[in-house]
Design a binder for this molecule. Structure first.
Ligand SMILES: NC(=O)c1ccc[n+]([C@@H]2O[C@H](COP(=O)([O-])OP(=O)(O)OC[C@H]3O[C@@H](n4cnc5c(N)ncnc54)[C@H](O)[C@@H]3O)[C@@H](O)[C@H]2O)c1
Length: 362
């Protein structure tokens, strides 16, 4: 099997889908690895390190896409890559097809076997390849929010932790899953007032026990959301309905009630976002102002910390990549239910029900 590792081309992306250490593992297991020149450089991995790990370095993305049986990526293929895909190729990456109608059409037309990191399942039904990036995005959301609250950047000038004699900032986190729980941890650590809302009482109970009342946990319903969000200095959107488009949990009318200069970080933007006023932004131009509220909605936040993200991501993908190399793609999918759950497109059809529903194919 020849594994191709193209350089990521999404704006501001710094991650790479394979470290030299994962490369060495694949080569040891019998695969050939073709890495695009400088693909790892923004995550701190040089071509020399990949060569030493047994990879061949390709001068162009075109060559990687042309020769590889399996393309290993981080972000979903972008329009500039559509023409490079080879009919029948396997692509293992984040796909986020529920929010990607155009990409889905291309994958179907080219009969791509598209395995989406975000729907690969562990035996307990959790999403092991979503988890590390969600943890990073959750942690980052607070440092980004704290920075964007600064007066010179158009924020309200609230210091999240406050100082003695002042009211700390109010951080409201909607969604208490992987990203939400890590946002809560950072916000509480900074000394903010933290409220977290979810539909899943078990997640709220766990946070209540962990923080012994230092964090307010609330059921996610329209009344609680309106009351908390209208008082938030920093609102974090962290909900997920697996593989589906994110539900809108905060309406435009509620956003209008937020104080001027307050900040929204909608982590769920990669699934369409969970705030009515949100639209995707990029690392080049990460925020916009609407109703006086700063909106941040970068779909690839972990790229801000490319080194940590690359290591976190590839240690999660490694067992699945190793399986694909050892067994070959077809057998690996046939024998591993969790990996099979990652298959979103094959033979010109959508094979993931949630994606099919979200895009109106069923
Ligand atoms: N922007 C980025 O760079 C980035 C990076 C990583 C992950 N993400 C995205 O962040 C989102 C969250 O991922 P996660 O791993 O934390 O998911 P998760 O499944 O661990 O948690 C999601 C939580 O949302 C809750 N939820 C669902 N509907 C809700 C509602 N109406 N109100 C309140 N809570 C609700 C669920 O009960 C669950 O606890 C996903 O869309 C993921 O793709 C984005």
């Amino acid at each position: 099997m020849l594994i191709g590792v193209p350089q990521e081309i999404k704006i501001g992306e710094t991650r790479v889908s394979m470290t030299p250490s994962l490369c060495r593992r694949c080569v040891t297991l019998g695969a050939k690895v073709l890495v695009e020149k400088s693909a790892g450089i923004s995550a701190g991995f040089t071509d020399a390190e990949y060569r030493a790990a047994g990879a061949t370095i390709a001068n162009s993305a075109r060559r990687v896409w042309r020769e590889a049986d399996l393309i290993l990526k981080v972000k979903e293929p972008l329009p500039a890559e559509y023409g490079l895909m080879r009919t029948g190729q396997t692509i293992f990456t984040y796909l986020h097809l529920a929010a990607g109608a155009e990409l889905t059409k291309v994958l179907l037309k080219k009969r791509i076997l598209g395995i989406a990191y975000e729907t690969v399942e562990a035996t307990d039904g959790s999403y092991p390849l979503l988890k590390p990036m969600s943890q990073i995005a959750g942690r980052l959301s607070i440092q980004i929010g704290a920075y964007r609250l600064q007066s010179q950047l158009g924020g309200s000038g609230v210091l999240l932790g406050g100082i003695p004699g002042t009211m700390p900032g109010h951080v409201v986190v909607i969604g208490a899953g992987n990203s939400g729980a890590h946002a809560v941890q950072m916000a509480a650590g900074m000394g903010a007032r933290v409220t977290v809302l979810d539909l899943d009482m078990r997640k709220l109970e766990a946070l209540d026990i962990e923080y012994r009342g230092r964090v307010v946990t609330l059921m996610s319903n329209p009344a609680n959301i309106e009351a908390e969000v209208s008082d938030a200095d920093l609102l974090i959107g962290a909900v997920l309905i697996p593989a589906a488009k994110a539900p809108i949990v905060v309406s435009r009318n509620v956003v209008k009630k937020m104080r001027p200069g307050s900040v929204i970080v909608d982590i769920a933007i990669d699934q369409g976002g969970c705030i009515e006023t949100i639209r995707p932004t990029s690392h080049e131009n990460p925020t916009y102002l609407e109703h006086g509220v700063v909106h941040y909605a970068v779909p690839n936040m972990p790229a801000l910390v490319g080194r940590t993200s690359t290591i976190g991501l590839t240690q999660a993908t490694e067992p699945f990549v190793a399986l694909l190399v050892q067994k070959g793609v077809e057998r690996a999918i046939a024998e591993h239910r969790g990996l099979a759950a990652g298959v979103n497109t094959r033979d010109g059809k959508i094979t993931c029900e949630a994606v099919s529903k979200a895009l109106g194919y069923s």
